[in-house]
Write a protein that binds this ligand. Structure first.
Ligand code: ARG
Length: 435
């Protein structure tokens, strides 16, 4: 069934139907019905249709909603809106023809997608909340594991593994906030914008927005049916989250290597090799990293989709759903898998290069009034002398230090007893954000 056809002598060819139809929107079914229920209630309230007609339509829509999981689509359903209206007709008869009064699929689909993404944003936020919780718990458990920080992938300073993991927790907090912020802008109703410039019927856009628990109607009807910046934003939220996960994934791949040896992946989250019996592979992390490529592609796709569209609705916009669903599904799977991965893997204390004590050593001199630039040079000189003797910084003796500069003191060797900064304040702040 199509929702149109009066002006055509023949129906669509199969090629046209297959090419233009959309099955990717089927997951919108509940939101499509929710929107229709609000619309019908408004049509009844305003007297555009009778209370009895509204009652039948609402009864039919509720029945479809209750059985939404088992909804049977037929080949000729052009999209989800068509499918629901077709089914409504089967259930309540001719009165189903009144459902679409004062509405177009253009405002309908824009609404459906907003409702869907409002719900999805909530799910993603709560998943990220769990993820932050996992990272904080892990951080508390690994505050005694001392690791080097890296700049240029060269050992730089020392920190705790807990602090390193909390960096990802903060990123995830911002990702969570971004989804919540995006949801604020999703929360306006396009309904009543019709095909592009509303309806001549006395519809109430405020009423439908209110029923749907939305902030209010989108004031400009062309904007309401033609804009998809809310989709771009959502896709970006997904892509940025995924990029953060991907950075950690990359580190996990490194940490799980023989060379690093910082992480022993749990059996449940490892994969083996069909050829090499010794392998314990970090495939989850690799696939998170790999799938991030497609998410970056999604941001390009969603923006490119809109860049040359004249106002207002264009069928191109049907493609927005495939893009955002792909982005959202991928990030949902990735957060879940990364959470599982880290929950059952074990961290191992790494071997530190004593070079990470170079800055604290220079700062001992700074504490005695030596200008930092000079202290930096003196420690550099010390390292160079030690290297000439095939020694590391950690093997320096008091004599080695004082041979470079008399202002070094025996107690300066304490810098090799690495003690990373505590993370308690961060943990408290993060925990309070999660409450
Ligand atoms: N399936 C369409 C979409 O996703 C619904 C709107 C179709 N409107 C139209 N006039 N053909 O955008």
């Amino acid at each position: 069934m199509t929702l149109w056809g009066g002006r055509f002598a023949s129906g669509m060819s199969e090629v046209t139907r297959d090419f233009t139809g959309d099955t990717s929107d089927r997951r919108l079914i509940r939101f499509d019905i929710e929107g229709s229920l609000a619309h019908v209630a408004m049509l009844g309230e305003t007297g555009i249709i009778s209370a009895e007609e509204a009652g039948s339509l609402i009864g039919g829509l509720r029945e479809i909603l209750e059985n939404a999981d088992d909804f049977e689509f037929v080949e000729s359903d052009e999209d989800i809106h068509t499918a629901v209206e077709r089914r409504l007709g089967e259930l309540v008869g001719e009165v189903a023809g009144k459902l679409h009064t004062g509405r177009s699929r253009n405002d309908q689909v824009a609404l459906d997608l907003r409702l869907y993404l409002r719900d999805a944003a909530g799910q993603r936020s709560s998943q990220l909340r769990d993820w932050v919780g996992t990272l904080v718990t892990l951080a508390e458990g690994t505050v005694d594991v001392i690791i080097p920080t890296y700049t240029h992938l060269q050992q730089a300073q020392i920190t705790s593994l807990g602090n390193h993991l909390l960096a990802y927790a903060w990123m995830a907090v911002r990702d969570m906030e971004r989804f919540a912020d995006c949801a604020l802008r999703l929360d306006r109703s396009p309904l009543g914008a019709g095909a592009s410039a509303g309806s001549t019927l006395p519809i109430s856009r405020e009423s439908t927005a209110k029923t749907l628990g939305m902030f209010g109607p989108i004031p400009n009807t062309l904007d309401a049916v033609g804009s998809r910046d809310f989709v771009s934003e959502y896709v970006f939220c997904c892509a940025q989250t995924m990029v953060h996960l991907s950075r950690l994934a990359e580190e996990i791949v490194l940490w799980a290597s023989h060379e690093f040896g910082w992480l022993r992946l749990g059996d449940e989250v490892s994969t083996g090799s069909s050829a090499l019996p010794q392998k314990r592979n970090p495939d989850i992390a690799e696939l998170v990293r790999g799938r991030t490529a497609a998410l970056i592609g999604d941001t390009t796709s969603i923006l490119s989709l809109q860049k040359a569209l004249p106002l207002a609705y264009n069928r191109d916009l049907q493609e927005d759903k495939r893009i955002v669903f792909h982005a959202d599904d991928t990030v949902a799977g990735a957060v879940e898998a990364m959470n599982a991965l880290l929950s059952v893997s074990e961290f191992v204390s790494p071997r530190l290069s004593s070079g990470t004590a170079a800055l604290p050593l220079a700062e001992r001199l700074v504490g005695r009034g030596v200008p930092f630039r000079e202290a930096h040079r003196l420690v550099g000189e010390l390292i160079s002398r030690l290297e000439a003797d095939d020694k590391t910084l950690g093997e320096a003796t008091v004599d080695d230090l004082t041979a470079v500069d008399a202002r070094f003191e025996p107690s300066d060797l304490e810098v090799f007893e690495f003690e990373p900064a505590p993370i308690d304040d961060q943990v408290t702040e993060l925990r309070s954000l999660l409450d």
